[in-house]
Design a protein around this ligand. Sequence first.
Ligand code: DNO
Length: 346
Amino acid sequence: MIPSFRWFGASDPISLAHIRQIPGVTGVVSALYDVPVGDAWSRARLGTLKDQVQDAGLRLAVVESIPVHEDIKLGRPGRDRLIENYCASIASMGELGIPVLCYNFMPVFDWTRTDLAMRLPDGSTALAYDDRALAAIDLSRGTGELPGWATAYSPPELQPLLAAYHHVDAEQLWDNLGYFLERVAPAAEQAGVRLALHPDDPPWPIFGLPRIITNARALERLVALVDSPANGVTFCTGSLGASPENDLPAMVRRLGERIHFAHCRNVRITGERRFHETAHPSPCGSVDLFEVLRALRDVGFAGPMRPDHGRMIWGETGRPGYGLYDRALGVTYLQGLWEALSRSAT
Ligand code: DNO
């Protein structure tokens, strides 16, 4: 297991020097954030990022993410050129020896919450989701009311995109994912890059948009779409753990070596499609991280693992979910579990 930490590049108030000082962390998870979605990533720029991380005494372990253009998810004409660009970016990763690519196939919205700063009893704040609050959000005026997405889409951009998805149901989305992977997985295999599809967060449809990577059946269907070791998943305990139907340790054992990356985070389920994030330790939330890590260890997981979101604690402000302190505590806890599991097995 490679203890890793996400870094948002030069604009991140958390520096590589901070990350270097977190005990045990050697991997960095990052991306080129300013490349327009759909363009091929330049090998030179990716190489600069890699060198920057290396100069700080760390290793670029994962690219998270190369976003998938909506035209690919919609199966529109023109997707072939976009897929070629995607394959070119993967080839660059391979040439530079960056081993894992985390991506997602969620229509329009990546992870979504209805409150970015819910106050917990201890005074910290955390990200929260409530399906009823989501239902009250009016997208006809753009994404202004959606926490974290305020400036993402203006009404003239958003409405046609949402309308285009009226023709894409869950099965059509599966077809479009299959089409994409049939082309991208061989390119990844050739480049020596492992694809790690991130589950949908939250793991159910939102705003009438289909979401398909939500449970054990879906993850098994995904890895079977293209039966290549390069076609794998990011096992995200927070996304999958928001649904009580998901037995996370059992899912880990079924997916086994197709898990290429782990996102570890805890959530507390407080009602039907309602949860908030918590500190990482198992007693704090609904996810038993000890059992998840035990399963990961048992299936021989050796890839990067990062603490996913954290709370805001000790007065820290900044990018919701991505403060330094709680994530640093989280990755230290994860390493403690891992060390205990490893040493008690010998
Ligand atoms: C949230 C992240 C996601 C993830 C993408 C992968 O904090 O886990 O945004 O990066 O879904 O493409």
